[in-house]
Design a protein around this ligand. Structure first.
Ligand code: SF4
Ligand code: SF4
Length: 431
């Protein structure tokens, strides 16, 4: 029978036939834990994809729902003894489905018009900031208007904007003291508008520990959300632009690394080659580029901190592993070692610290009920630690976990903790 998939991006049999249906991934899967359905487990989704590819199952609304309910957290990859590349399978299945079943218009607009456009993102962040600070937010919430317009969920998840966008594209910041490395820092797209303070902190920390930091021009949205959602053509377009924008600079300055402080972006940048399996020349360029990419925590841990800079933070912290750092990039110990280097900071592990918090890109907007259930679980395990600081290493997780923080609790990125420990909270532009 003919496959239900039609495009060159369809899932590869060589990937999904690696599944031996052992079921060891089931309990690691957040959607299986919440929904209790085999069809919403990794094994169940792989089975449905294999059946569709064999022409025994149509690409129905039911199948689409089960595939769209996946977080693409890749916890199943960590649990799998057969090395099934689940992320590639689900992303390819979604890409093929999108050919006949496009995303809702608001999601297309977000991914194709807003995220790749820094000007629009900055404008949107400014409007959101005014809305939050002017009292309009309180008014809108109290009036019931948001519920009437079906915007209540989206509004509830909107982050508190902590300043104007990080403005330093095209600049080079010298290392403090003797230069130990030369790095390119990718400020990201949405995070740059929504959490600019984190980018300031990242550049400061890299410089303090001896890195010259180049913030490049011409590098835009990495395409991670597009790849997860199945918009692979658009993701390829973004990847080509980004690779072309940076490969010259990497060579010219002899960059030691291309640094990201967002784990979803970092994972996508490390896996650019996956997008080009039908374009060998671009695949080669993508792989050369990806070989330079490192998460900020991974890089600093390997470089070694200047410990004399770190002053005590007397607090109890707990660390939430971002899915795309732990399961996709396999970086687990580096953030913990960096936190352990801060004098006075006690790190208490929460239960299942690598279970998704429900953020997963824009999953909390697409599937708010499941995302809320996952967040509620995080609230319980975080509260059990007694920590006042919830630390993570990804902007999306920070925004989601902020909603789980109780009174007296704060959410921080590992880089913000190092920044605070070094005691320098001034903005770059004031230096
Ligand atoms: S990616 Fe996450 S949500 Fe999706 S099947 Fe794997 S473990 Fe479950
Ligand atoms: S653990 Fe791996 S091999 Fe076993 S059912 Fe899950 S995906 Fe298949």
């Amino acid at each position: 029978m003919a496959s239900a998939f039609h495009t060159a991006d369809a899932p590869r049999a060589s990937d999904y036939t690696r599944c031996i249906r052992c079921g060891l991934c089931l309990n690691a899967c957040p959607t299986f834990r919440v929904l209790g359905e085999e069809l919403d487990s990794p094994r169940g989704r792989i089975y449905q994809i294999a059946q569709a590819d064999a022409g025994r199952l149509p690409l129905s609304d039911g199948l689409r729902l089960h595939l769209d309910q996946c977080l693409v957290c890749r916890a199943c990859e960590t649990a799998c003894p057969s090395g099934v590349p689940y992320g590639a399978i689900i992303e390819r299945a979604r890409a093929d489905m999108r050919a006949t079943r496009p995303l809702p218009p608001w999601q297309r607009w977000l991914m194709e018009s807003l995220l790749p456009n820094p000007g629009r993102l900055a404008f949107a962040a400014r409007v959101l900031r005014i809305y939050q600070r002017s009292g309009l937010q309180k008014l809108a919430r109290a009036s019931g208007l948001l519920r009437a317009l079906r915007l209540a969920d989206a509004e509830r998840f909107s982050p508190v904007i902590d300043g104007p966008p990080f403005p330093h594209r095209g600049q080079t910041f010298p290392a403090h003291g003797t230069r130990r490395a030369r790095v390119i820092f990718i400020p990201g797209c949405a995070q740059n508008a929504l959490l600019p303070g984190l980018n300031h902190a990242t550049v400061r920390v890299l410089r303090q520990h001896g890195c010259e930091v180049v913030v490049p021009e011409g590098f835009g949205c990495c395409g991670a959300l597009h790849t997860h959602a199945g918009l692979r053509d658009f993701a390829r377009q973004l990847a080509r632009t980004n690779i072309a924008a940076l490969e010259g600079t990497i060579k010219e300055i002899g960059a030691d690394a291309v640094i990201s402080n967002a784990s979803g972006c970092g994972a996508a940048l490390k896996e650019y080659g996956e997008l080009f399996d039908h374009e060998p020349e671009w695949q080669e360029r993508a792989r050369r580029f990806s070989a330079r990419v490192q998460d900020a925590t991974e890089f600093l841990d390997a470089l070694g901190l200047r410990r004399e800079l770190l002053r005590p933070i007397a607090a109890v912290a707990t660390y939430q592993d971002p899915c795309h750092l732990a399961h996709a990039q396999h970086v687990r110990q580096a953030p913990r070692r960096l936190l352990a280097a801060i004098p006075g900071l006690e790190l208490r592990e929460m239960e299942r610290s690598d279970q998704c918090c429900g953020s997963a890109g824009i999953y909390n907007l697409q599937q708010p009920a499941i995302a809320q259930s996952l967040l509620a679980d995080r609230e319980i395990v975080i509260a059990a630690t007694g920590a006042s600081l919830i630390v993570t290493a990804n902007p999306g997780c920070m925004l989601q976990l902020a909603r789980a923080a109780g009174p007296g609790q704060a959410v921080r990125h590992v880089l913000e903790m190092l920044d605070r420990s070094a005691g320098d909270n001034s903005r770059l532009e004031r230096e």
